[in-house]
Write a protein that binds this ligand. Sequence first.
Ligand code: ATP
Length: 311
Amino acid sequence: MSSTGTRTGVTVRVPAKVNVRLAVGGARPDGYHDLANVFLAVSLYDEVTAVRSPGGVRVSCSGPDAPQVPLDSTNLAARAAEALAARHGIAPDVHLHIAKDIPVAGGMAGGSADGAAALLACDTLWGLSTPRDELLALCAELGSDVPFSLLGGAALGTGRGEHLTPLPVGGDFHWVFAVADGGLSTPAVYAEFDRLTAGTAVPPPVATPALLEALRTGDPTALAATLANDLQPAALSLRPSLAATLTTGTTAGALAALVSGSGPTTAFLVKDPEAAQSVATALLQSGTCRTARVATSPAEGAVVVGAPPRQ
Ligand code: ATP
């Protein structure tokens, strides 16, 4: 397959993420928060297929959560295609189809994943060969979680989370994700964080050496001891029912449980695939979540997985 502009369609697979440490500083004058955000990519994937199509960007979506995905110019995949085309001075003539398996508004960066995937798919479709650092810069303009979706693996994000340092991971970690009914708005969770921390001295955000060491050695018990999410009290305040989900998973044998990002998905670190199955079964039977998904990490970042033959 040529890497120049002869393809008619390109499919990119992109992973969800869990934040194994989300340390949040106080609100800055611009309203954003400084973060120390340790991302880990997990094996739940969306696939974005880009096909040449005249008349600008068009988006379609399939999957159980598809009705909640906007198909207009606010979709991050559409914005990515527009941004890449503008960067190169070409028309953004493309149909983007999102096969969505990442929970929507679940704190697993599904929209960000689609933005990164669309960027890579269009870059390949249009034969642009944009340098990797320029793709990462375009990702950062789209949103603070988007660069990590392109990168995958594990990384420490600082600033608003968009300055990324890749981290070594010494083994596979096993997870169960409990998907809640309905989403939580990330801005609403940050607003609740601000309300809960008003008048207190919020310490500068840091990722502890113990956490980075647990990732480096691939030790799930050590990682379990260091998992933490500063947004968890805010997510629980807005969605108190998540407390029962967390308790169900730990009672069923999870090494640790936490809210994923801004929630409402909850993440359970388990010691092996067998434990993942029994925790997932307990969560499903408890009725405290809509569904439970088993996944492993680290997962690779956005990658081209398919392209129809040349016409
Ligand atoms: P994060 O973890 O980055 O805070 P999230 O996983 O909680 O995000 P998303 O699934 O990215 O949430 O969806 C958040 C909102 O973004 C949705 O409610 C939707 O309106 C909008 N959105 C824009 N593009 C997409 C997309 N491609 N897929 C899903 N949602 C999208």
